[in-house]
Write a new protein. Structure first.
Length: 87
């Protein structure tokens, strides 16, 4: 008797799995899931937020350390070298 139940359980489980898959497919067609947060729009918005944060960090850094980059009046920056164009 145990062998018969084991032999019949395989087709029964296969049939139940098929019914479950069909019902799940029907359910997903009727009630689709919301779009994934990992879409191009979400990536673009995250990139813009990151850019805004980086600009804020640079602006605050320049506001606190900007006086180090200002040359005193009358000082000229050193002249750069001019390439002659010859190798």
């Amino acid at each position: 008797m145990g062998d018969i139940l084991l032999a019949l359980s395989i087709p029964a489980l296969t049939f139940a799995g098929g019914i479950h898959a069909a019902c799940e497919c029907w359910w997903r067609r009727r009630y689709p899931t919301p779009p994934s947060p990992y879409t191009r729009d979400a990536a673009r918005l995250a990139e813009l937020e990151l850019l805004t944060r980086a600009e804020d960090i640079v602006d605050r850094s320049y506001a606190s350390l900007g006086h180090l980059y200002v040359s005193p009046p009358g000082m000229r920056p050193p002249a750069g070298t001019v390439a002659s164009g010859r190798p």
